[in-house]
Each structure stands twice: as C-alpha cells, then as structure tokens.
Design a protein around this ligand. Structure first.
Ligand code: BGC
Length: 721
C-alpha cells in the first residue's frame, strides 16, 4: 500500500477500530495452545468482539495456528486488516541454540548472527511477524534470573551482538516473508533492579544510565529494529511504560525512533499496582501519553481508550499517530497483500532440527562453553573402558533453558547420547546422585553415585541449576549450586579424583567451594538442542573450548552487583592479593575480585601474547590509531582465541573505569601458527558522559592493554590531544 492508501485506511476506521489496532491478545484466547503465559491474564472479554478488532496476538505455536488465527480474524474484521503475530524467539525456535548469556561468551558477533539467522528462518516458517528479541539489558547481578537472556554485563558486547541479531533477523527488506521484525527490549535498565529481584525498581543517575544501560538499545535501533518494549521496572520513580522522559524525550525525540512501542505483558495495567495510576483507565491515559502504541494483554486500551479520546483526555491525533505506526509496520511486512506471509507447514518440517541447523546449534554450544579450570585431566581419552556419568544433569534432556518453546527440551541430545556417539566402546555408569532442586536435602542417592565413581576410570559430574530456576521471575538470593550438589561433588571427587565437573546453568554462579575441590570445570550454560553432542566433543577434545566469560563469576553473593569495569576509589585496595587493610575499599572476609574474571577462559592449547604496538603515540579528533598484538598458538591443538582490547582513561573530569573493553576479535590458529591481530582506536571510543551529562572526550593519557579483566598485559599508552 502507498502511504496515501494507508492514510485513507486509517481515516476509514471507526474509533473502536482504531483502538483495536493497539490491542494485543493472547493467542490462547482464540485457539488451544500450550504456550506459557508470563503474567496475569487481562479481564476475560468476549473473544468474538476482540477478534473482530484486535490488531495483534502473541504466543502461538506453529504455522497452522498462525494461519488459523489470521483467517479467523480476517473473516470477522470488516476492514480486513491483518493481524500482527508476535512470539518470543529468544534462543532459537525449534532448533534451540545456547542461551544469550552463553553466546556472549563466544565473543563472536558473527556466530550470534548465524544463530539469529537460523531462528529467523524457522520463525518465518512458523508464521512469526515480530519476535520479542533481542533482549539487551545489561546486567551485573547474577541474582536476577533474566541475566540468562542477555549477552553480557558489558554494554559493548550487548550492543554488537544485539545489532547483529537485528540485522540477521530483519534482513535487508522486511517485505520479504523470510524476514522477521525485531522488538528490542526491555527499555530501560531492567537488568539493574534493586537487589537483583525481578520487576524491582531502578534508581540510576542519568550519566550511568546513558553510559551503561542505554547504548545497547540504541545500537539495536541504529541497526534498524522496528519495535521497542519498555521494561516492567520503574526508572527513577516512574515505570518505563509511562516514563515520558525515557519514551518521548530520549527514544522518540533524541533518537528519532519512529517505530512501534509495545508494552510488556500487562505492564500498562501494572501502573495501577505500582501506584502511579488511579485505575485502568488512568493507566491507559498515562501509557498513551508516554507514546506506548500497543497494550499487551491487559485490555486497558480496549476498555478505556475510546472513552479517553471522546472525553478529550487523549487526543485523536495521538491515537492516529499510534495506529498509523502499527499499520505502517503491517504494510512494511507485506501483510495486506500476503496476510499468511511466511507461515508454511512444509517449510517448518524441512527446517526444524534439520542437519544444517543442528550443526550451527552444536558449534554455537561448543564455542559458548567456558573451560574454567583444568588440572590436566581434560580432554578425556576416548579409550576409557568405563566412565561414570553422575549428577542431576547426567541423563536429562532439560538442557535448553528458559524462553524456549514448550517441549523444546524433548529434542535435546543428552550427555550419554553425545558420549556414546564419540566413544561407543566406553561403558557408562549413570547415577543421578541427587536433584538440583532448590532446598532439596535428599542425600539418599549419593552412596550409589560414589560406588559408580569408584568403579570408573574417570567421572563426568553434571551439575547445575534446573532449567526453570533461571529466567523471568526466577531471582535467587544464593548463588551456590542448589540442593545437595556440592556434597555430591565432595564425595564423588573423594572417591575418584579423576572427576570433571560439567555445569548447566543460566546465571553466573558462585563456585568458590566447588573450585577448591574440582580438578576440572567446564561451564556449558544451557547449550540447547545439541547439548550432549557439544559437551561430549569438548570433553573428549574433538572440539577445543574457546569461550571467555562475558560476565564475572563472583566468589559470593555479597560482592554483587559487580562488574569488571568498576570505577576506582580514592582508597583502592593496594593489590588484589594484598592483605585487606581496614581503611581501603575492601571486604574483611572475601577478596574484591571475582572468582573468575570477565574475559577469562581456558583452552586445550596455549596462546602466547607479545608485542602490543601502537602505530602512533598521539591521537586527535578525526584521526585513528592502529593497535597490533601478536598472538601465537604454542600448544598442540588448533584453537580459537578471543583477543580483547582494554582501555583506561588515566585522568578525566569524572571517575573512569579501571578497565574497559573497547574491542574484541576472535582468531583461529593452528598449532604453531602466529597472527598479528589489529584494532583501530578512534576518538568516539574515548567518549564518556561527563558530570553535566554531555557525551565528550577529554585530552589526556590513555592506556591500552590486552589479556582479560583483572589480568591486563602488554600495556601501552597514548596521548589524546
Ligand atoms: C516478558 C517479555 C516477553 C513478554 C511476552 C513478558 O513477561 O517480560 O520479555 O517478551 O512477556 O511473552
């Protein structure tokens, strides 16, 4: 449709029909499906009335449901305006790839893009028009269960990977039914909820908000994301969906965002619960004033918006602008010409879990895993006659993680399946030992596990968190391994010191006690469909671990929130290993540094760094500086290395981080091979938000280093003039 045609369609709509375009319902109200709903349902209204006018639905299962929903709606809608069908496709649709936090550890934007591209194909075939992805909430507190949905604690990684997802998902042309529109979320600072509790309020200075939390959303919008979802939390006192500063001033005016804003699930209604709206009608008014176009599920708009317009509390122009944005998105997606769009049962069959997609998922799982510790027992020999496979994750398929389709876990490859595929002659003694349930104190299975450990040459001990214990609404106050798992580990390792711990979890756990006793630890996160194959290949050395932590692993909850890019204090602790001096910034009972730092991860080979060189000693605005570092593979195995570049601004008008990742590149090196890795540094990378909240760079000395956080090496300085 041309813009003029769209405009006349808008003008032909009744007030109720206009409002309908801003109403989003759960698909489950119109068809039977098993998708999990993540909040309270809106008031149950007559489904036929809603179906006639509603503009979009969310959470449906497959192409046949997508078609049924669209056909049913079009048959009832006198204006024949197709529905927008939306779905959370967070880490794959049917072929599940690792959770975003895991992919962050790959330090590989192109791998993220490959995964998103596969999800795009499966989503398009399923009939998805809009995915509620990417989620780029920078998070620095592992208590928050949704940290699994983000790539990192570092905004640079979230920005680059988020933008990669947007480009891969939306493609060049959204009119192509193979491409899917992205909704970036949750705007803003949802990851900074007080005390790591989900939905909790956030109080942040504008400077830190802009420096740490806003860049990733902005990067996704710059990459073209068509929709934005405001977050559940209040930001400096006002819930995001009604936060005019955030939505009108920053998003629309400053950033020029012209796309669709959709509330989070029930978030408009929750303005009443927050205590900032009188009632649902008032909530609808507040959300409209903040430029929220679509009301997800709560029916605040459906029930009250027309009255608000009739009474003059909301202007018809504001309503028209919101409706026009929704109609424009439908038009851009080609829905008026092709309402069933990509939905195609045959394509679903051909794409879901196809070998090519499995291969991507497996590779992604391998490259996201982080080898935390290895006293030399990994990789395991494939010739072992008898291995014990112990732990609550020894045999389970629940390895895909939260935000996957119902039943996606049923497609997951288990550890025994993966191991048997590689070492068919090895006998496996499998024992669960204990559960991973929070609060479970049942030790009765440990004896049998110990017996299996004794009888085997080596043990693979699969521990972690239950899939449902991280994700939305899953905050924890303890970050140790739940239940009796640590006790299981103690007894098994005592029985057989040749024990490798493999972890399946969604958040940065505090592994302090485990680290003391385990000879080797491989962090797999939730690897997705190909879990067992990827883990087995890593354990037996068919694949070489190359993940680096995209989030710091704390020693204890007491260190949270924590970020490697911490600010200095006037009394920094004299040295990381020094005795705590009472009057310095330190804890009496634990070191300041995490157990495993951001950017850390081992390999089966040995990478040596040398000669970091800068091509110039000075940099001026508009100029650039080339940084080169030599990386050599000195070991016996081929491997990939994520080369990281850190910066420190030695003196500025406001306190700056002691280390800040400003670039990264992943290189592959055969044994004996050497690479010169090059980075370009330009003035915009030196900018920060000053006290007056201006984005500036200031002249002075800057240090550049490589290595990883808290272990910087080869530092060189330059002057910014
Ligand atoms: C979540 C969003 C999600 C939405 C729709 C909410 O509970 O916060 O991330 O996109 O549900 O499923």
């Amino acid at each position: 449709m041309t813009k003029e045609q769209l405009q006349s369609l808008l003008e032909s709509l009744t007030l109720e029909e206009k409002v309908g375009q801003l109403v989003q319902c759960n698909a489950g109200q119109f068809i039977k499906n098993q998708m999990e709903i993540t909040g309270p349902e809106g008031e149950m209204l007559p489904a036929e009335d809603l179906n006639r006018v509603m503009g979009s639905v969310l959470t449906f299962e497959d192409a046949s449901q997508a078609k049924a929903l669209q056909e049913k709606h079009l048959a009832a809608d006198p204006k024949k305006i197709p529905l927008l069908l939306m779905l959370d496709v967070i880490h794959g649709l049917r072929t599940t790839y690792p959770i975003p936090l895991a992919i962050g550890c790959s330090f590989d934007d192109s791998l993220m893009a490959e995964c998103a591209d596969m999800a795009r194909k499966e989503s398009a075939a399923c009939g998805v028009h809009v995915t509620f992805n990417p989620m780029v909430d920078t998070a620095r507190d592992g208590r928050w269960g949704r940290i699994m949905e983000t790539n990192s604690e570092e905004p640079l990684i979230n920005s680059r990977m988020g933008a990669a997802v947007v480009r891969a998902t939306q493609g060049e042309d959204l009119g192509n039914p193979e491409n899917v529109a992205c909704c970036v979320k949750h705007y803003a600072a949802y990851g900074a909820g007080e005390a790591g509790r989900d939905y909790n309020g956030v109080e942040l200075s504008e400077r830190i908000l802009r420096e740490t939390y806003l860049p990733a959303y902005k990067a996704c919008l710059d990459a073209g994301a068509r929709l934005v979802m405001p977050s559940f939390n209040s930001l400096n006192g006002v819930p995001s969906v009604a936060n005019k500063w955030l939505m009108n001033k920053v998003l629309r005016e400053e950033w020029g965002f012209g796309g669709v804003v959709i509330s989070d699930y029930d978030a408009v209604g929750e303005l009443v619960t927050h205590g900032v709206a009188e009632d649902l009608k008032d909530a609808a008014r507040l959300a409209m004033e903040a430029g929220c176009d679509i009301d997800m599920v709560k029916n605040a708009y459906y029930l009250h918006l027309a009255d608000l317009v009739r009474e003059g509390a909301v202007s018809e122009e504001a309503l028209d602008r919101a409706v026009f944005r929704v109609l424009s998105l439908k038009n851009e997606l080609g829905l008026f010409e092709n309402p069933l769009r990509g939905a195609d049962e045959e394509k679903e069959k051909a794409l879901y879990l196809c070998p090519a997609h499995r291969e991507i998922a497996r590779r992604a799982a391998e490259e996201s895993a982080v080898l935390l510790k290895n006293d030399g027992i990994l990789p395991l020999p494939r010739t072992a006659r008898r291995l014990a496979l112990i732990g609550p994750f020894a045999e389970t398929q629940h390895l895909v993680g939260f935000w996957s389709r119902p039943g996606a876990w049923k497609d997951a490859v288990t550890l025994p399946e993966g191991i048997r595929a590689l070492a068919p002659d090895t006998e496996l003694l499998i024992e669960t030992g204990c559960s991973a349930a929070i609060g479970d104190t049942d030790e009765s299975g440990i004896m049998k596990a110990v017996a299996a450990a004794r009888a085997a040459e080596a043990v693979i001990l699969a521990l972690g968190e239950k899939e449902d214990d991280s994700g939305e609404g899953r905050s924890r106050a303890e970050l140790t391994l739940p239940g009796m798992q640590l006790e299981l580990a103690r007894r098994v390792i005592e029985a057989n010191p040749h024990t490798v711990v493999v972890l399946f979890n969604g958040r940065p756990l505090a592994l302090t006690k485990l680290e003391k006793i385990a000879p080797a630890i491989l962090e797999m996160w939730y690897p997705g469909t190909e879990a067992g194959n990827a883990a087995a290949r890593l354990l037996f050395g068919e694949a070489n671990p190359c993940g680096k932590l995209s989030v710091s692993l704390p020693r204890s909850v007491g260190q949270l929130p924590m970020s490697y890019s911490r600010m200095n204090t006037g009394r920094p602790k004299p040295g990381p290993d020094s005795q705590a001096f009472p009057f310095s910034s330190c804890y009496l009972d634990t070191p300041n540094l995490p157990l495993y730092s951001f950017g850390y991860g081992l390999s089966y080979t040995d990478f040596a760094y040398s000669s970091l060189t800068l091509d110039r000693e000075t940099l001026e605005k508009g100029g650039s500086l080339t940084v080169t570092v030599t990386v050599a593979n000195r070991g016996q195995a081929a491997g990939k290395e994520a080369v990281q570049l850190y910066m420190r601004d030695l003196k500025a008008s406001v306190v700056r981080p002691v280390q800040q990742l400003i670039d990264y590149k992943k290189v592959f090196l055969a044994p004996g091979e050497t690479a010169r890795v090059t980075f370009t540094v330009t003035e915009p990378q030196l900018r920060f938000w000053n006290f007056d909240c201006e984005f500036v760079s200031e002249p002075g000395t800057f240090a550049l280093s490589t290595g990883f956080a808290d272990h910087l090496i080869l530092t060189k300085t330059f002057e910014f003039l």
